[in-house]
Design a protein around this ligand. Structure first.
Ligand SMILES: O=C(O)CCC(=O)C(=O)O
Ligand SMILES: [Fe+2]
Length: 315
């Protein structure tokens, strides 16, 4: 385990072999512990060349440094149901960032910046590579939860709802340092690539723990869907981004999602089969996503009034 990262770091290459060995067992144990406590860990030797990750962050930096009149050419079309393309947070929004939202390569509603020219190709390639890493992580989570082989793969068998954002956080100002308000991710598994600025934090036992950047590492976090299915055995941790003084920050977040038609509820394995009460009511995933989207489009006046997974909690 790498020191000083705040959260554990796992060498993912040990999972590239079929045979059982000590290193694999240990990595597995670290992931299990991390998912049961923080809901966060980092991975290295994940199969995506470190150079490729750096290039991706560089492409993102180049785009976000263009003046608004260039960036705004790639904004979502008025009235578009999905905000694919370049988005600036509204002036009064507490989140101080800009982002480009992308759906799977080939989705006809994607709006890719054409400047720099390599943006589209780099993003599509990154999307595919991150998607592959998520499939491996999903199988590790499946095993960690003791589910039947390929249970999650079959349940979550449609990749068309996955998405990725690249984010640009401005440096902190006198008016504030909030970059992304504390939240939990609604999806299954999220991957984050961050530059070396820092600012991502995860909440554990009432404390904010920094997710200290590790070169070439990818941050992994568990989302609400896994938390609900596992009846809170694996945690969808609260996290946020704090802007740094004098330093802007670039990142990518990849969301291994779930088709909106899927029904989400605690699995019998974590409830009736072990004599535990379900901690959540079941719901159709798209209903939850719609409420989450409304948090963004029509934000309540107090952050604590936003709809979160607690909405389905059985008290
Ligand atoms: O930019 C980051 O480091 C995290 C982004 C994030 O948490 C999100 O988009 O849900
Ligand atoms: Fe997040």
């Amino acid at each position: 385990m790498a020191k000083n990262t705040g959260i554990p770091t796992v060498d993912l290459s040990v999972f590239s072999t079929e045979d059982e060995n000590e290193a694999k067992k240990k990595a597995f144990e670290t992931i299990f512990q991390a998912c049961s406590s923080y809901g966060f860990f980092q991975i290295v030797n994940h199969g995506i060349p470190v150079e490729f990750l750096k290039e991706s962050l560089e492409v993102s930096r180049t785009f976000f440094h263009y003046p608004d009149d260039i960036k705004l050419k790639y904004s979502p079309k008025p009235g578009a149901p999905l905000l694919a393309g370049f988005n600036k947070q509204k002036k009064n929004c507490v989140d101080k960032n800009e982002y480009v939202l992308m759906f799977p390569p080939g989705s006809n509603f994607n709006i890719y910046p054409q400047e720099p020219p390599q943006f589209k190709e780099q993003s599509e390639e990154l999307f595919k590579k991150l998607s592959k890493v998520c499939l491996l992580l999903e199988s590790i989570v499946n095993e960690g939860l003791g589910l039947p082989p390929d249970f999650l793969k079959q349940y979550n068998n449609d990749r068309s709802w996955d998405f990725m954002t690249t984010l640009y956080y401005f440096s902190a100002t006198e008016e504030g340092e909030n970059g992304l308000t504390h939240h939990e991710d609604a999806n299954c598994i999220t991957l984050v690539i961050q530059d070396d600025t820092g600012g991502l934090q995860v909440r554990k036992d009432g404390e904010w723990i920094p997710v200290v950047p590790v070169e070439g590492a990818i941050v992994v976090n568990i989302g609400d869907v896994i938390q609900v299915l596992s009846n809170k055995k694996f945690k969808s941790a609260t996290h946020r981004v704090v802007r740094q003084k004098g330093k802007e920050r670039f990142s990518y977040a990849f969301f291994h999602n779930l088709h909106g038609d899927k029904w989400v509820e605690p699995l019998p394995k974590f409830t009736e089969e072990i004599g535990e009460k379900p901690k959540y009511k079941g719901f159709q995933f798209k209903d939850y996503l719609a409420m989450r989207l409304k948090n963004k489009t029509h934000p309540p006046s107090r952050v604590e009034d936003e709809i979160r997974i607690t909405h389905y909690e059985i008290s």
